[in-house]
Design a protein around this ligand. Structure first.
Ligand code: URA
Length: 222
């Protein structure tokens, strides 16, 4: 790396600035690829499942670059999942310091009181500490169930489910409807599309210049 031998596998490399030779040959960065997938329930956010259950990669037909999921959605959660090979972009989306909002629609197992909604807004105590203030609104009550929209800027393990349990209810259905300003729009369940250059920018990323862009992003499928 820049003329020095590096043996640390965690060495951070900046392909824009560092000169990398491997076995004497220059290494080049791959095109950066940014995928938006509408994950259905029943798919695991992992590369391979030891039990052979469906994984999100089964849905990425036509994506010929290895991309990693940015954060994860539970098996029983559906909604937006970004996958990319841009590690800096991924870090920005998952690091709570950047406060990228994730929005969820939640169907609760009962009717949730205004007081409980206020508690969710202010922050509730979970086993790993208080949650940050959240935007929470009642979308509607239908019969015995409340439907809430919850917007959080953290992404702890099973966070929304645990928040709802902290107010004495349970999640019956959970959908991630937006990541920052990116919404599901017309994307069909199980389908993916490339993020546009503007969307990558809106999420704080720095997409490559356009010539590479169309090449890096084959047409999305639905
Ligand atoms: N919160 C959860 O509880 N589950 C998810 O999949 C995402 C957020």
């Amino acid at each position: 790396m820049n003329g020095r031998v590096v043996e640390n596998p965690d060495q951070w490399i900046d392909f824009d600035r560092d000169r990398i030779l491997f076995d004497g040959k220059p290494l080049e960065s791959r095109d950066r690829v940014y995928i938006l997938l509408y994950k259905p329930t029943g798919y695991i956010t992992t590369f391979k499942d030891p039990e052979g259950r469906p994984v999100v990669y089964d849905l990425l037909d036509g994506v010929d670059t290895f991309v990693s999921p940015v954060g994860r959605l539970d098996l029983d959660t559906s909604g937006l999942l970004i996958l990319t090979n841009d590690t800096r972009f991924a870090e920005r989306l998952t690091n709570p310091d950047y406060k990228v909002a994730k929005t969820y629609l939640v169907k609760c197992a009962d009717l949730v009181s205004d007081d409980a909604i206020e508690r969710l807004r202010k922050g509730v105590e979970l086993s790993d500490g208080m949650t940050r203030p959240a935007l929470v609104r009642r979308v509607r009550d239908s019969g015995k169930y409340s439907h809430l929209e919850i917007r959080i800027t953290e992404g702890r393990n099973r966070q929304v489910r645990r928040m709802i349990e902290a107010i004495g209810s349970k999640v019956l259905k959970l959908v991630r409807t937006a990541i920052g300003p990116i919404e599901i729009g017309g994307l069909k369940i199980g389908a993916w599309r490339p993020l546009t250059e503007a969307e990558v920018r809106a999420l704080g990323g720095n997409p490559p210049k356009s010539a590479a862009w169309s090449h890096a992003n084959p047409l999305g499928r639905d």
